[in-house]
Design a protein around this ligand. Sequence first.
Ligand SMILES: [Zn+2]
Length: 343
Amino acid sequence: MTISKQIIAQMPKIELHCHLDGSISLETIHKLAKMENIPLPATLEEQQALFIAPEETKDLNEYLEKFHFIGRLLQTTAALELAAFDVVKQASYDNVKYIEVRFAPTLHTMKGLTLQEIVSAVVKGLKRGEVEFGVLSNALLCGMRHEPVENAIEVAKVAKSQLTHGVVGFDLAGNEVDFPPYAFEEAIKVAKDLDIPLTLHAGECHCGKNVYDAVVLGANRIGHGIALKDTPEYIEYIKENEIVLELAPTSNFQTKTVTSWEEYPFKKFLDLGLKVTINTDNRTVSNTTLNKEYAKLAEVYDLTLKDFYKVSCNGVFGAFVDDEVKKELGEIVNEEFEKLNGH
Ligand SMILES: [Zn+2]
């Protein structure tokens, strides 16, 4: 029997892959529009069309178009802080115990904020959410692939300066088709030399070699990594290096990374012993929650409590936190799953 939605809601979760700008609730979008004096379309349908990607998009780049409007609302420190707070609040509804929220500081400079100001505002919102909702929260900084490599290098340096202040890692996001890992080799090297933990989007656009390349270049975790399914020759390498894969089912279908459940590799990766995790990617753009993502996988694969426990443990393993925090998170995961086992 498929695990019930009630049990799923009570599972302790670790979420490693969630974008700030793609995950702001409609309620907070309304608040932000008012604060920033930017009118929204009149009807709910029109508003949703602006922020939510259809189930069928052409490709990753069409999916990414849904981020344009929301970006305009996130150009002040007050807006960024509120947005970050809002995402932690939503994570608490999914019983997330630890979340890493990622964003690209260079997308929030339209009104003259500095990268440092942007990062501080987001971290402030995350930490306020952490206190209010009891969800441990940290930030990941993204370099954008369509921007010059110099920008990503600048972002990596900002990440370093804030590493003990709520920022825990660096990522490369955006158009993977035109800008594969080696196009950003220089930026990745700077981040590596600065000892910044790395999670890189790769394998979201039908290229399994990108996953391998990203790890060779130094990634500790991979955003999605779906295309690894088509390049079995790299799987052992990913496994041996204990690379955590951040899957996000709804998003992976929307971006046409896969088109059918037969080819979706979640269970295959899990059974092979790869360190898979489940994530939302974008709660708003993908119109989802982490509970929904869990429920979807539970139904498709008839997953057991043990499978989900493994997923949470992989999340703890991959979290960019020190050993002491990992131990605490591990204890919370163990305790809460034990309670569920008793049901
Ligand atoms: Zn992503």
